[in-house]
Design a protein around this ligand. Structure first.
Ligand code: GDP
Length: 435
């Protein structure tokens, strides 16, 4: 495996965790390059479910270097809890490296996240309330505290002495009467710094050095293309860049270091929170996909909105990230329907349009045009075992036709196919001839 980035092609929750976990077998280093603890990856190992928010999924594979890159924002208390939880289940985190340039989520970020969202009243962004947006905002306004600062008491104090009074004023302006205690924050965060110090380093240098030694790097994206702060359905987006180009700058390596890009495409579409969603199914079919697919957020528990696969969205994602392969997940969830639909394009005022409109009012008026394909039976028990053993050719004909239709429309091969929640319920199709 050359170096490879895995990114979400829809609104997140595509099942990236499982794909990264699988590919991590072949990698020496797994790097998270953006987002914060709003990313929730679930990986099933046997009957055990591991939920990760901060740690790269690669942490679950022995002997891999797991890196939290400079593009990530970190809530140290959450990270420490996650480290403790993994260690108590016998998973070592000795190979964890945290960027000294990654920004820290502070208590006032969480308070401001809530206060700003309350002020928005009817136009809520639908943030997870974890302070991620305000932490990224402070990074941009140069008020941020970085992981490197946490381990330097004098620097941390100087930064907090400046930021805390400002944040107190801003909280008051937002109608939040919480009182910030600078000393308590200092005490708590310097303790976090001491605890995390062994892991904090110049991770850019670590990854670049690994590249020089021809190591395989896996860049693990969080969220999805439609949540990208520049290219997504702004303002209903996350606060970082989720497309493949950020795998480089969020890790501190040149773009040329990111060899391949796998776009994770869930076989249908989901989205959490507000904003237009052209293929949304507000009927029984949508409810049944949600139910069968377990579409409830790993991090928030919120129910996800569900709809048919939208190729306008995934083609846009490919245009932005340049997929060299598609990791299609959760195709098993579509089993049992007589027919399944795929949106091939949008119509606006009766005309076919190309691309995703930036104006959400326009996107909300887009009507999806569907191609209807034949359904297939659920893959269960012995049939699933047989497929996992024999591979693609043993899949039901209509399921194969679905996969082929998507790859033909996108012009990208399906290189992985997820057939269930478990770690082994996945077909590796990288060697398959697809044209
Ligand atoms: P991520 O943030 O993109 O990693 O996605 P999540 O972890 O939030 O959601 C993916 C969910 O789908 C998890 O519960 C996974 O265990 C599950 N999952 C991943 N791949 C598959 C698959 O191919 N089939 C089924 N049924 N579930 C899957």
């Amino acid at each position: 495996m050359p170096s490879l980035a895995v990114v979400g092609s829809q609104w997140g929750d595509e099942g990236k965790g499982k794909i990264v976990d699988y590919l991590a077998q072949e990698a020496h280093v797994v790097v998270r390059f953006q987002g914060g603890n709003n990313a929730g990856h679930s990986v099933m190992i046997g009957e055990e479910l591991f939920k990760l928010h901060h740690l790269p999924s690669g942490i679950l594979r022995k002997g891999k270097l797991a890196v939290i890159g400079n593009g990530v924002v970190i809530d140290p208390a959450v990270l420490i809890k996650e480290i403790d939880a993994l260690e108590s289940r016998g998973v070592s985190v000795a190979n964890l490296r945290i960027s000294d340039r990654a920004h820290v989520i502070l208590p006032y970020h969480r308070l401001l996240d809530g206060a700003e969202e309350r002020l928005r009243k009817g136009a809520k962004v639908g943030t997870t309330g974890r302070g991620i947006g305000p932490a990224y905002a402070d990074k941009a306004t140069r008020l941020g505290v970085r992981m490197g600062d946490l381990v330097d008491v004098d620097l941390l104090k100087a930064k907090l002495d400046f930021a805390v009074p400002l944040k107190q004023k801003y909280l008051e302006m937002c109608g939040d009467d919480s009182r910030l205690d600078g000393r308590a924050i200092m005490a708590e965060y310097s303790a976090h710094g001491r605890r995390l110090k062994p892991y904090v380093t110049d991770t850019g240098a670590v990854v670049r050095d690994a590249l020089k030694r021809k190591r395989n790097i896996l860049f693990e994206g969080a969220q999805g293309t439609m949540l990208d702060i520049d290219h997504g359905t702004y303002p209903y987006v996350t606060s970082s860049t989720t497309v493949a180009s950020n795998a480089a700058s969020g890790s501190g390596v040149p773009p040329s270091a990111v060899g391949e890009v796998f776009g994770v495409v869930k076989a249908y579409t989901t989205r959490v929170g507000e904003g237009p969603f052209p293929t949304e199914l507000l009927d029984e079919t949508g409810a049944s996909i949600a139910d069968k697919g377990g579409e409830f957020g790993t991090t928030t528990g919120r129910a996800r909105r569900c709809g048919w696969l939208d190729l306008m969205v995934t083609k846009y994602a490919h245009a932005l990230s340049g997929f060299t392969g598609i990791a299609m997940t959760k195709i098993d969830v579509l089993g049992g329907f007589d027919e399944v639909k795929v949106c091939t394009h949008y119509r606006l005022d009766k005309k076919k349009i190309s691309g995703i409109p930036a104006d959400l009012r326009v996107l909300a008026r887009c009507e999806p045009v569907y191609k209807t394909l034949g359904g297939w039976e659920d893959l269960e028990g012995a049939t699933l075992e047989k497929v996992l053993k024999k591979g693609f050719s043993a899949l039901p004909g209509n399921m194969r036709a679905y996969v082929r239709f998507v790859e033909k429309e996108m012009g990208v091969p399906v290189t992985m196919l997820g057939l269930g929640r478990r770690r082994n319920e996945l077909l590796d199709l990288r060697k398959r001839k697809w044209k």
